[in-house]
Design a protein around this ligand. Sequence first.
Ligand code: SAM
Length: 320
Amino acid sequence: MADKNTKGPKPGNLELERGISELRADIEIIEKNHSLYDEKNFSSRADVIDDLEFHIIERIDGFSQNLCHALELADLKRDAERIKLQLEKINIDLFGRLRAKIQMGGCRRAAFRDMIEEFVGDSLKESANQATIGYDNLDVFMDGLFPIATLPEETRAREPEMVFYQKTPARIIFELVDKANFSKGDVFYDLGSGLGQVGILVNLLSGFTTKGIEFEPAYCNYAKAYARQLNLPDVQFINADAREADYSDGTVFFMYTPFEGRMLDDVLKKLQIASKGREIWLFTYGPCSFQVGKQSWLKCEKPEEITIYGLAMFSNKIIK
Ligand SMILES: C[S@@+](CC[C@H](N)C(=O)[O-])C[C@H]1O[C@@H](n2cnc3c(N)ncnc32)[C@H](O)[C@@H]1O
């Protein structure tokens, strides 16, 4: 692929002509790559859509002040946009079909994982083999499968120690389900469940009952409506402050740093009391893992490996 740097001073004529021929070559390479039109090749298609949008079309726009090549640039832009739309249409059709299957009660547990592996298995393998930071093509796939039209507006003021909504990378949820080793009677809780993706995914992957506790009513209502729309009766969302919710049936808990400081200590105290005399597992992601690691009643699976970017796993089974 050609140099993707779209920034910098206004190009001279020679530089502009070279840029245009590089763009034309890039677009031709994409158009001739028939494998992108095979719906199974989701990751390559996602990379190319990203490339078209953020490098090729942006670069064309950057050149467009130059009137001598206006027609040529307009043609190139039309081609790039046409190909991008064709590739996006493949994804839209694919996601519509897969969502309908889920709504009909199909694609649960192993079948759901097989379906994901069929389309983004490469991403799953990659993130399992290396410490990935941020989001990847597995998230792009999940965003397409479970799209959020617009983030609901917050209706309640957050207290200073409450963390704003941000979703957990999907690979972390897959890792959690692999490590949780769910067994009969387990009930999973996401504390600070936002728009509900964690509970929905854990249920689809494991088949176990999941519950989300969310402070913001608009997020909670959104999550409830989504679970209903997907026909997932064992996915529940409760609009409550995590300091006041009832966890007495919970066995596996997750927190993507929903709160900090004193509030986190208060919720952990509540969890300690609620789990007295029975075994629970607590998974954490983000900076809260360090504070959870200081709890004497919880044992971390690998304390030396706690990082902001990885999943940490704790249990009370050794210290009761
Ligand atoms: C970092 S987001 C995580 C969202 C969700 N777990 C996910 O991964 O998609 C933190 C969420 O916790 C919620 N939250 C913050 N303080 C809370 C509290 N005291 N009780 C319940 N939810 C809370 C926020 O509204 C926000 O939606």
